[in-house]
Unconditional design. Structure first.
Length: 322
């Protein structure tokens, strides 16, 4: 009896076997070999090959998961953007697809506009087909979204993210309703508004803010929470002061600040009059002794006011997730 000698488990050998499997029209086998190669070395060319093969065999979710690992690489060139858009379309993630194209159009590089418009039309065409053939699925999702306020925060966020599978027009309609539902958690409403910003909606929309008062905004005219001037100034101050002396403290503080700005969105710049003192106040809540070197006695009263607001935000967030 002869024993099979196992081949070395190296990257190049798995690639060779994958190529042989493709020549023999054995796509499933090729995918298996390429997956073994990818486990050894995660490079973009192989990621691209695997993603295309997943799409070819109908493994759309797997294609999205793998492409998402190297999203920045896909966004580097328009040809790769087109592949990423195709993955989103195959997964019926129309809102995300529209958002990516809209952002690219706003950044428009020479010679890209014609292709971007073509991609936009392609998304719209698939949306129309989806509306025609998936009536039941869309109706079920819309009904779930209409019952959003009956769920807790975590459930609301999980449900609302499924709204990205709606065609753009239907997402905008139901998104506007969610923005004025005071029973929907503030962070969920903030997420919806941010998506409307990415869709570059040019008409005024109403929304309830954390003070339960109604405001209006044109989504196309505001950025994301982290685009606000106050956030950028706070980040600049904290990076300058902490990135060398206490980078772990910097990471901890910035995680909290990002969450706070989602809750303050889109009115952070109106609320935060002195970003430097807000930054000092955040540092003080984590390490009072470090914060002391940034503040003077005349500022103490203002810092205490800011700390009171920050404490209220923390309490609000804790209450939301209970």
């Amino acid at each position: 009896m002869t024993n099979k000698i196992p081949f070395p488990k190296n990257y190049e050998r798995f690639i060779e076997l994958g190529q042989e499997a493709i020549k023999n029209n054995n796509l499933i086998g090729a995918v298996d070999y390429y997956e073994h190669a990818y486990a050894i070395r995660q490079d973009f060319p192989l990621n691209l090959v695997l993603v295309n093969m997943y799409l070819e065999i109908g493994e759309n979710e797997q294609a999205l998961s793998l492409a998402s690992e190297m999203k920045e690489k896909y966004f580097a060139y328009l040809d790769y953007v087109e592949i990423y858009i195709q993955i989103l379309i195959q997964n019926h993630l129309f809102i995300q697809a529209h958002s990516i194209i809209n952002e690219r159009i706003l950044m428009e590089q020479s010679g890209e506009m014609r292709k971007l418009i073509s991609l936009k039309k392609k998304i719209r065409h698939v949306e129309l087909m989806y509306q025609q053939f998936e009536v039941g699925k869309i109706k079920e999702l819309k009904e779930e979204l209409q019952q959003l306020n009956k769920h807790n925060y975590y459930e609301q966020m999980a449900i609302v993210k499924k709204a990205g599978q709606l065609p753009q027009e239907e997402f905008i309609v139901i998104g506007k309703k969610i923005l004025v539902d005071v029973q929907v958690h503030n962070l969920v409403r903030s997420w919806i508004l941010e998506e409307l910003v990415r869709l570059h909606v040019k008409e005024e929309v109403e929304f309830f803010w954390r003070d339960n008062k109604k405001y209006t905004v044109v989504p196309a005219s505001v950025g994301t929470p982290l685009d606000s001037a106050a956030y950028q100034r706070i980040l600049l101050f904290l990076e300058k002061e902490l990135i060398n002396d206490d980078p772990i403290l910097l990471v901890d503080i910035m995680e909290e600040i990002r969450l706070h700005f989602a809750l303050l969105y889109p009115l952070a710049d109106e609320i935060i009059e002195d970003p430097r003192l807000w930054a000092v106040s955040y540092v003080s809540s984590y390490n009072h002794s470090i914060a002391q070197k940034y503040q003077v006695e005349e500022e103490q009263l203002e810092i205490e006011k800011i700390q009171k607001i920050q404490s209220e935000i923390r309490f609000e967030l804790e209450k939301m997730v209970l």
